[in-house]
Ligand binder design. Structure first.
Ligand code: GDP
Ligand code: MG
Length: 699
């Protein structure tokens, strides 16, 4: 395996909505570059980057994977990412390793929900982005309509560098607007281009588009602008560097066309990547925290700096153990090097560093600044850690992701499954940053939380396949909360004064509702020492503990204020414990009168589907207590926005698929909590009571 220096490396991530064709496109590019000896297909389970059993079975990407092509003296590292909303955190986390993104857009569906979301990730990481209008060979594919949609969504920085030569079944190649030539592709899928003059029927459109490109390149560069005014155009030898600079500075988001399945456009795309996208060393220096608490440090991605690498992904392999994927953030990383984990302080050995081609790892002797690689069996290193030369500690900033929205109880099928569960789950947590595992304090059930039902289902399936641990997934749990709608006042008195040392605590409190999201407030309005100062925190503690256990159905009580205004004590028998119990008794009495109610999480939901399904989708949202917020056409489909209780969205993925024959997609984010309607609340309370939660007997 040849060793590449940073200037000859390109790290490009493929991002975008699910089914846009990212995985198929990577496979086509790898085949064209001669890295694999046949053109694999996602649909046959033979793509390079969807190699995991879970991905092959479901035919879509679940986690980010790596591949590389050696092309024109350069090495292009591809990071293929999932586009489905529930796995999108994988894409977000893996983008740290990229220096540019190929945002793949479906030529029929146009701009979709995750197209915009992943564009947002590029903004977050300040990544140059290239828009690929893909699947140009499909029925109803349209470059003009998709380009309009892209401009509508992302503005005038969107500039075509290519036009399709033909569309739908007639799609056969691309018109390059930089060198103004036409490139056609064979129907045998070899991905190689044959150059010719632009066909007569396309010359006018191509010239116009070329002028548009030249103007946009000149706009941000005074020298080029002068040249443009003087000559009316810019020759290729000046246009090329100008364009490269405009892409790097993110003034232009170029648009290219392709079709991964018939492998059309690949050679042009590979040439474009190596010629126009920035290398890792073109990026500005990065800022990291000093590992020992000092001022932040700057580091450049060059070989001459001390070695440092950032782990952006971890894979739990049942045989190879833990595999860490990393980017060399400075210096040269050598095989067998002894390094330090700056986050955890431990020593690690980089035994068998490798480059990654899908499921395959190819050993290398060293990797230079900017390159991507993998290493197995690190002792104590997780995603987000920085490792390196112990003389120069630095911490690369970590990626922060959203919190999981839904949690399921899981039950081991047998005793032996239960014994193996915890170890296996912890391996999975290492590889999936959005999975959470816990144990319900009251019911003792194991809880697995993730971004959606399918996310948790995949985790359960991995447990079985990789670790031979079988669990059943029980009904999902919504994180309900409780609150009050009225004011109340009550006394809590705890008195045990029969024989020996007694117990005495007595308090009077008032409770009142607070605004949604305000949490809990406690005010002490005791005057004249009715309760001695040192016992007041105990009263508060008793209330907080009782509130965390809930009153109606065992869910934490939130958004209320407690005012402690009176009480009494006993010189000998009063204790912290007695006042704590008094506080909790007073709280429970207040809850009785304060009109308690349940709160549920409400989600912002965005659904995208062809227009003719809108009626069904709206009707269905109504039956789910949804509130429609808006509806707008976007690139050939309709986007419907609504607010819907999470409890009503648990089966949405499969229902939407059957409602739209698989053509609809949706994403959702947490919005806020709202009061649960009384009838529904009654059922939740009844279920909780049956499980032993909720209103307790008083002492
Ligand atoms: N006709 C056609 N189908 C394609 C093309 N690229 C991908 N597909 C199909 O579209 C589906 C999704 O492709 P995939 O690469 O998994 O999309 P991803 O979710 O963006 O990775 C699969 O069934 C592919 O066979 C293409 O260029 N033309
Ligand atoms: Mg994919």
């Amino acid at each position: 395996m040849k060793i590449y220096e940073g200037s000859n490396i390109r790290n490009v991530a493929l991002i975008g909505h699910g089914d846009a064709g990212k995985t198929q496109l990577v496979t086509a590019l790898l085949y064209t570059a001669g890295m694999v000896n046949r053109l694999g297909k996602v649909d046959d389970g033979t793509s390079v980057t969807d190699y995991d059993e879970e991905e092959i079975e479901r035919q879509f990407s679940i986690s980010a994977s790596l591949a590389f092509a050696e092309w024109d003296k350069a090495k292009v590292n591809f990071i293929d990412t999932p586009g489905f909303n529930i796995f999108l955190h994988e894409s977000e986390a893996a983008l740290v390793a990229a220096d540019a993104a190929l945002l793949v857009v479906h030529a029929v569906s146009g701009v979709e929900v995750q197209t915009e979301k992943t564009w947002g990730f590029c903004e977050k990481y300040q990544l140059p982005r290239v828009l690929i209008v893909n699947q140009m060979d499909r029925d109803r594919a349209s470059f003009a309509r998709t380009l309009d949609a892209l401009r509508g969504a992302f503005g005038r920085s969107v500039v075509p560098l290519q036009l399709p030569w033909g569309e739908e079944k007639g799609f056969r190649g691309v018109i390059d607007l930089i060198d103004m030539k036409a490139y056609s592709y064979d129907s045998n899928g070899n991905g190689k281009a044959r150059e010719s003059a632009i066909p007569a029927e396309l010359t006018d459109t191509a010239s116009k588009a070329h002028e548009g490109l030249v103007e946009m390149v000149a706009e941000g560069n005074d020298d080029l602008l002068q040249e443009f005014f003087d000559k009316g155009t810019i020759p290729l030898e000046d246009l090329s560097p100008g364009l490269r600079q405009a892409i790097r500075e993110r003034r232009i988001s170029p648009v290219l066309v392709s079709a991964g399945l018939p492998n059309i456009g690949s050679e042009n795309l590979l040439n474009f990547i190596t010629a126009y996208l920035p290398s890792p060393i073109d990026r500005a220096e990065w800022e990291g925290d000093s590992a020992n608490g000092g001022a932040p440090k700057k580091r450049r991605i060059v070989d001459s700096e001390p070695a440092a690498l950032y782990v952006f992904k971890t894979v739990a392999d049942p045989f190879a153990g833990r595999v860490s994927y990393f980017k060399v953030m400075s210096g040269i990383v050598k095989n067998d090097a002894a390094v330090v984990n700056f986050n955890r302080g431990g020593a690690e050995k980089l035994a068998h560093i490798a480059v990654v081609q899908g499921k395959q790892q190819i050993p290398v002797g060293e990797l230079h600044a900017g390159d991507l690689g993998a290493v197995a069996k690190l002792h104590d290193t997780l995603t987000g850690d920085t490792l390196g030369d112990k003389s120069a500690p630095i911490l690369h900033p970590k990626v922060t992701l959203a919190e999981p929205a839904i949690s399921f109880a899981i039950e081991p099928k047998s005793r032996s499954d239960e014994d193996k569960l915890s170890t296996a789950i912890h391996r999975l947590l290492e590889e999936d940053l959005l999975l959470r595992f816990s144990r319900d304090a009251q019911t003792n059930e194991f809880l697995l939380a993730g971004s959606g039902q399918q996310h948790v289902e995949v985790a359960v399936s991995k447990l079985k396949r990789r670790f031979n641990v079988e669990v059943t997934l029980k009904a999902p749990k919504i994180a309900y909360r409780e609150t009050i709608r009225g004011r109340a006042e009550a006394q809590g008195k705890f008195k045990r004064q029969t024989g020996g040392h007694g117990q005495y605590g007595d308090c009077w409190i008032k409770t009142e509702p607070l605004a949604r999201g305000a949490g809990f407030e406690f005010a002490n309005e005791i005057f004249g020492g009715a309760i001695p100062r040192n016992f007041i925190p105990a009263v508060e503690k008793g209330i907080v503990e009782a509130a965390s256990k809930g009153y109606l159905a065992g869910y934490p009580v939130v958004d209320f204020k407690v005012i402690l205004f009176d009480g009494s004590y006993h010189d000998v028998d009063s204790s912290e414990l007695a006042f704590k119990i008094a506080g909790s008794l007073a709280f429970k009495k207040c809850m009785e009168q304060a009109k308690p109610c349940l709160l549920e999480p409400i989600m912002n939901v965005e659904i995208s589907a062809p227009e003719n399904y809108s009626g069904d989708i709206l009707g269905n949202l109504n039956s789910r207590r949804g509130r429609i917020q808006g509806m707008e056409p976007k690139g050939g489909s309709t986007v419907i926005k609504a607010q819907v209780p999470l409890a009503e969205m648990l089966t949405y993925a499969s229902d939407l698929t059957s409602m739209t024959q698989g053509r609809g997609s949706y994403s959702m984010d947490y919005s806020h909590y709202e009061v649960v309607p009384a009838q529904i609340a009654e059922k939740i309370v009844a279920v909780a009571a049956a499980a032993g939660h909720g209103k307790e007997e008083e002492e």
